[in-house]
Design a protein around this ligand. Structure first.
Ligand SMILES: Cc1cc2nc3c(=O)[nH]c(=O)nc-3n(C[C@H](O)[C@H](O)[C@H](O)COP(=O)(O)O)c2cc1C
Length: 159
């Protein structure tokens, strides 16, 4: 099973979750990739969010090979929650990537208080692209995300 873990993280919490999941996946060939924002401040990302949603990834750095999902059996996508929605780069990535259809998608997110419509929105977009969502998991914590919950989530795919 070839698994691609893609994540976006501004403050590092979602990165930590993605890395923990990657180390717990023992039966898969795992590739982990970050969509990294090049802007200086979160505020500029807020200003750019509509353009990013429409597919403008010019302020992000990432391995361009991941825009073709054909080599992977399943894709784990991780995002923080912003205003009850996924990061705009989730939508922008889906606008640009090829071969999302027919893939197994596993969603994870981080938030502090309430996930709102994060997974509903992600589901709408992935289903529009013909993908299939296998599972979704939000890691909530105002100050800290419980690492044991993250490990258990990663380990659940080894069965
Ligand atoms: C602009 C902004 C909006 C946010 N909106 C929400 C929200 O609606 N619900 C919530 O629980 N947390 C919200 N948060 C908190 C983040 O989702 C949370 O801190 C997340 O774990 C950050 O991930 P990161 O460290 O990988 O960037 C928001 C944070 C920011 C900066």
């Amino acid at each position: 099973m070839k698994t691609l873990i893609i994540f976006f993280s501004m403050g590092g919490r979602t990165r930590q979750v993605a890395q923990t999941i990657a180390t717990e996946l023992h039966n898969d060939e795992v590739q982990i990739e970050e969509l990294k924002y090049g802007g200086k401040k979160a505020r500029s990302l807020v200003n750019e969010q509509d353009a990013v949603r429409r597919g403008d990834l010019s302020h992000f750095t990432f391995n361009p090979a991941i825009l073709n999902l054909a080599p992977y059996d399943r894709i784990l996508f991780g995002t923080p929650t912003y205003g009850g929605l996924p990061s705009p780069v989730f939508e922008g990535f889906l606008e640009n990537c090829k071969n999302a259809a027919g893939k197994e998608w596993l969603l994870f997110g981080t938030c502090r208080l309430s996930q709102g419509r994060t997974f509903n929105r992600m589901r709408e977009i992935i289903e529009q692209k013909g993908g299939r969502i296998i599972t979704q998991q939000m890691f909530k914590g105002f100050f800290k995300i419980n690492p044991n919950k993250v490990k258990a989530f990663g380990q659940s795919f080894n069965k």
